[in-house]
Design a protein around this ligand. Structure first.
Ligand code: AMP
Length: 237
């Protein structure tokens, strides 16, 4: 069995493994960076958006319940979201650490996560806030494309696929997410400001917050993450 990576959190607690939260509006690049942490550091990318989309494409009971909510850009109720996250956290691969991508999005989700982790003797290592302007988000999301099979994401301007609108990994034709239509994006941003942004203060007060300038290019942000990762993973001694 592999030993977990012990790690010290920003507010100085020793955690069993790195548990990082990526906090930021839609289109701020959380998913792209979380994919990289998964590839380079074997952290589980726990993207609630991807999990919901998987349920929808498999036609599960949860998928049927949340399909219209996602299409409208609304938030899925907290109880359903938290239960799905806890299911995923119960899988053994999470022992090496997790990057939460798009969760928590409300204060109640944040409290539930903290409570459940503490019950298991775990804690959040750090919360990384992705800062970016609304104009840049709308611009980025209009050129975002997604593979419907493996959820990998592309941007026609900044990280285009090698072959004209086809997935580099599996060759499937890329799609525009229904909720990336401009009207839905504006609604998602309004919900972010109202429900999710207050979490910045919530985590700042607990000394857990670190900010990244998400208006920069993908490679620059990855370099910054790579600089921070040893501190998140190996500093428990
Ligand atoms: P994302 O891929 O993170 O942009 O999420 C896509 C959609 O999934 C959101 O617009 C919500 O409808 C739903 N969703 C994802 N994460 C959450 C969450 N933590 N709480 C509630 N709804 C969520």
């Amino acid at each position: 069995m592999t030993m977990a990576n012990r790690t010290r959190s920003f507010n100085n607690r020793v955690c069993e493994a790195p548990y990082l939260i990526f906090l930021g509006p839609p289109g701020s690049g959380k998913g792209t960076q979380a994919e990289k942490l998964h590839k380079n550091f074997r952290l589980v990318q726990l993207s609630t958006g991807n999990l919901f989309r998987e349920h929808i494409s498999k036609g599960t009971e949860l998928g049927l319940r949340v399909k219209d909510i996602l299409a409208k850009g609304e938030l899925v109720p907290d109880d359903l979201t938290v239960a799905m996250v806890m299911d995923r956290l119960a899988k053994p691969d999470t022992i090496m650490g997790v990057v939460f991508d798009g969760f928590p999005r409300t204060r109640d989700q944040a409290l539930a996560l903290q409570y459940k982790l503490e019950e298991k003797g775990k804690c959040i290592t750090a919360v990384i806030q992705f800062r970016i302007s609304d104009e840049q988000i709308v611009e980025r999301l209009s050129s975002r494309r997604m593979c419907p099979k493996d959820n990998s994401t592309y941007n026609l301007k900044s990280s285009p696929p090698k072959n004209d609108e086809k997935c580099d990994l599996c060759g499937a034709p890329l799609i525009i997410r229904e909720d990336d239509q401009p009207e839905v994006v504006r609604h998602r941003l309004a919900i972010y400001r109202q429900q999710t942004e207050p979490l910045i203060e919530f985590y700042r007060e607990q000394d857990m917050l670190v900010e990244v300038d998400a208006s920069r290019g993908i490679e620059e942000i990855t370099e910054q993450m790579d600089e921070w990762m040893p501190m998140f993973i190996y500093n428990a001694n």
